[in-house]
Write a protein of this length. Sequence first.
Length: 636
Amino acid sequence: MRLTKFQVRKFRNIIDSGEVLVDELVTCLVGMNESGKTTVLSALHRLNPVGDDTFEVQRDYPRWLLSKDRREGTIGDTTPIEATFALEGDDLRAIEEILGAGVYDAGGGLKLSRKYESTTTMWTVPRDTRRAVENFLGRVDVRKKTLERFKNVKDLDGIEAVCVELESETTDAQAERTAEEIALIRSELGRVPGETTWDVLVGILKSRVPRFFYFADYSQLDGRIDIDALATTDDEVGSSADQTARALLRLASTTPKALAGNDYEDRKAELEAVGHELTRQVFEYWKQNENLRVQFDIDRQIEQVNSNMHTVVKTFLDIRVEDTRHSYTNNFAQRSSGFRWFFSFLAAFTEFESRKQPVVVLLDEPGLTLHARAQGDFLRFINERLATAVQVLYTTHSPFMVETDKIGRVRIVEDGGPTTGATVTQEALAVGEGSIFPLQAALGYDVAQHLFIGSMNLLVEGPSDFVFLDAMSRVLADQGRQCLDERWRVIPTGGASNIPAFVALMGQNLDVTVLIDSGTEGADRLEKAVAAARLQRERIIQVNEITNRRHSDIEDMFEVDEYLKLFNKAFGTSYVESDLGHGDRIVKRLTGVHGAYDHYKPADVMLRHPELRDQIGDETLARFEGLTTRINATIG
């Protein structure tokens, strides 16, 4: 079972978060400090927490609404958290084993919610109760006329009443057979774990609902660990340094007993094996200094425990880190805070890889002590190890914790003040500059990386050019047709007038091809770049080369009705081609009837609605195939 969406209402600085869609693997919540990111995770955690964590009116209800809502008596009806879950194959099979097929309505989604003045979780389970009755009776060997008596039974709890009626109505000739049938029905009914279909479904699914682990901070490893303390059973992940140490040893497939053995050679061999294994696993992800090696050692100390000179021997595990560049070792506790945080996190959270119960991990501002590149290493661990075992939601305001190639995972949290409270949205265009800054910075950093890392750079005017080109190239690739060579780094420059400056910056050192709308100022200025030998003329591609019109934009690669479908969905309009004026350029024709508009919005519709790509006609695909062929031909 996995979380698909949730909504927070009247909790701290949130009045109504809006519906928050959750990615199947990882969801990133970005926003300014005090925007409400932590509040969102805190509310979600309380739905089905590990440990005791409830909603308290005095602590959690929005203060500026508390007195008014208390007078009106509406607090008890407030639902601060509601979440929807999608059942997976194992869940559905567990239901079908007891209730049969078709009882659970998978299209509706399982909904769980909690109220302020109740400790009970409310379940909304989409179900066909009559189908449950039919499936139940289908398992019992009874006559057709007996089955007819149950045709008006709506749920399992109505079966017994019909059995009672049958008992009172039987004639002498039918009494024995009917009694046998009633006994069979009651025997089968006794094996059903619940009175109603709802009871049975909740009983089956209750243990399958993911538990929520919330981590704002967790205990990091100590450099010196008492082995005896590791022998005890501890609570939850990250709850203590000892628990993290135990997880570390499990990661290395060893035990405290094996490390503390009396035989020196055996103990030394075990310690070295553990050190090698942890070095391999940790430094697969920690790339900031790959010259480090983890070492373990055992230290025994004799301690006097009373005045009678009674002594005990205590065994300690020392974690040391060797820097092979400088032939230097020191205790783990003396390493940088970022390294200790990363090392401890990896140790603690690999615990989830072996857990059978479904889990959603909520990470509040993880990796604050990490360098920007180390945050990238951390995200790689999340994607490759943690998210393959559990769903992950994390908050951040760091641009280096936003993956630009997975921008669909990002949700933006913004506090709109007392009137609207904090809200969560996927729409970058609907929030303020401060809230969207991490995305802007992440995209800017990504562009900078493309500028200086990519050996083959394709400059385009804006993000809409990038989106359309990338989306259509993927469609072509799916059909086995000519698409953009994967070596291209496509770089939006922010407008045609900026392209010459980009060429001047890059052209002498890197391979640059330019895709530009025809008839623009930028196209004219590129001639100067050719004259200055900064750019080869054949590497300037104008869109009208493909459309065979006098002037064309990237939008003119589409049929008019195809682009209007994107435009109308983006702006809520219903234009048809006959509404537009004459001309080559669809952008100018639309501007004439609609006014100036954001060219990215129709591209964003294509980005967020991949099903629309399947509706693109073959003539458009042929044009884009011709364009990608022309672009690829410029590779030196």
